[in-house]
Design a protein around this ligand. Structure first.
Ligand code: NCD
Ligand code: ZN
Length: 481
């Protein structure tokens, strides 16, 4: 009896497949939503569609842990359709969306509105629910309702959500630790920043650099230290959002060495932009945490290479051009779009030799997949995984243009920047959402919530060694007095 392999949907030939360990010439076969073969060209099954990808690199689709798609609440800034279109055109196949919408994603009612809005998504998505004083009682319901993870706005930012009290943060971590759920933290100290900003405003400062003066690195150092203390004490998994300062990296390095389950992201803007760009770009560059002095750029890059920082996220935070270009820095909305420009910006640095493509896929896809419990199904080009693939042309050069962004927010600090290295096709679960640089418009709605495939590993028992020593010493001291 002869063996006739079943016909698959698509075979991609002639490309190089990238993983953290190697870059190998291989063909990839896809049936339905999944990869069914990766290997020598001669071993591919017959396919309904054949595609040549000579000269291209196949990367697992990027997973962006930090985007703001604004819907519900601010559809003039972005919608799920436009934000996810930007992701698709940026080689990003999964996003994690933030809860500072209106209403904030801290109740089941608000979550229902968000899930409805997300139905138009071009890409897969996780939903970060809100961890705040008023939502502690809702955390478990929100998880059942479809959130993958939580976000605590410890530093004030767009949306003006009050920072959780330390008591609520501790309680939230106590609830989430045994569930193994990770909480994203915007780690800046709100009290320091409110006082500084008040003083700067009273002194009449309205210039761009006043924003940085109001949010010094110590605000980030203090908040990260506090969050790590609570995470270590409770055993909760945490994720530090948009790490911006060289000075707080030591805290992550030490916490990781002690076994704290902390992951951290930085964004292209903290490695590639600095105060020297701020003079020209002013409010366009206003973002929280602020973009800092040049001395922070290289250490953040080095921390990614070292593994102290785990991943690249974008903090895609769209606002309208009018909202970004007001004369008074305090009146410019904080944040700017990024989900569509991350990959060309980072590939440009890879082309310069600052790291390898193997490093890049770790930061863009593998490590986020691991942090959010998706690895194996996402974050890898291997048999059984979702066929989420960014086809990358490392030779293609161009200039980033804000007018061509899919985002409603057609204003970007990257406007006019020369890049080399572009995603040219994006495949999500076997279906093209971007092809030849163009959005595949009838793929709107193909995106799905990742919740059903999320598997967070069982949490390790809490390591109390670091603290029990201190407690023993403290009680010995008390009994002596
Ligand atoms: C973000 C936004 O606009 O939602 N803004 C920002 O400056 N980063 C909020 C945030 O991530 O802090
Ligand atoms: Zn933030």
């Amino acid at each position: 009896m002869s063996y006739a392999p079943k016909e698959v949907d698509l075979v991609i030939r002639g490309a190089q497949v990238v993983s953290p360990e190697q870059i190998i010439p291989a063909s990839v076969a896809i049936a339905g939503e999944r990869i069914v073969a990766v290997g020598h060209d001669d071993c591919m099954p017959p396919a309904r569609q054949e595609m040549r990808a000579d000269g291209l690199f196949l990367l697992p689709g990027a997973i962006d842990s930090h985007v703001h798609f604004r819907d519900p609440g601010y559809p003039h800034k972005e919608t799920w359709k436009t934000g996810s279109a930007a992701a698709a055109c940026g080689g990003v196949t999964t996003v994690f969306e933030m809860p500072n919408t209106n209403p904030p994603t801290g109740t089941l009612e608000a979550l229902a509105l968000k899930l409805k809005a997300a139905e138009s998504s071009y890409v897969d998505y996780g939903i970060h629910g809100l961890l705040g004083d008023d939502t502690i009682a809702n955390l478990e319901q929100l998880l059942e309702g479809g959130v993958s993870s939580f976000k605590a706005f410890v530093g004030n930012t767009f949306g003006n959500l009050p920072a959780p009290t330390d008591g609520a943060l501790l309680e939230g971590f106590e609830i989430l630790a045994p569930l193994g759920i990770r909480t994203v933290v915007h780690a800046e100290n709100s009290s320091i920043m409110a006082r500084r900003q008040g003083q700067l405003q009273a002194a009449g400062r309205i210039d761009p650099l006043a924003h940085l003066d109001a949010r010094p690195a110590v605000a980030e150092i203090e908040a990260i230290g506090r969050v790590l203390t609570l995470a270590e004490w409770t055993g909760a998994r945490v994720h530090i959002a948009h790490h911006s300062a060289a000075d707080s990296l030591f805290l992550l390095r030490q916490a990781k060495a002690r076994g704290v389950d902390v992951t951290a992201e930085t964004c292209p803007q903290y490695m590639l932009l600095n105060t020297e760009h701020m003079r020209k770009l002013a409010g366009v560059m206003r973002v929280n945490p602020p973009i800092r002095e040049p001395r922070h750029n290289q250490p953040l890059w080095d921390a990614l290479v070292e593994g102290v920082l785990d991943m690249i996220a974008t903090d895609h935070a769209p606002h309208t051009p009018e909202e970004k270009t007001r004369a008074n820095i305090w009146e410019c909305d904080c944040g700017f779009p990024g989900v569509e420009t991350q990959m060309p910006l980072m590939l440009t640095e890879i082309n310069k030799g600052r790291a390898s493509l193997m490093d890049y896929v770790k930061w863009s896809s593998v490590n986020p997949a691991k942090a959010w419990g998706l690895y194996g199904t996402k974050g890898v080009i291997a048999v059984g995984a979702h066929a989420d693939i960014a086809f990358v042309d490392m030779a293609r050069a161009g200039t980033l243009s804000q007018g061509r962004l899919q985002s409603i927010s057609k204003i970007s600090p990257w406007h006019g920047r020369s890049v080399q290295g572009y995603p040219i096709h994006t495949l999500l679960r076997g279906r093209f959402v971007m092809r030849d640089g163009h959005l595949v418009t009838d793929a709107a709605g193909w995106g799905r919530n990742i919740k059903p495939i999320q598997k967070m590993p069982t949490p390790k028992p809490r390591n109390t060694e670091h603290y029990s020593g201190a407690i023993v010493k403290a009680s010995a001291h008390e009994s002596q007095s």
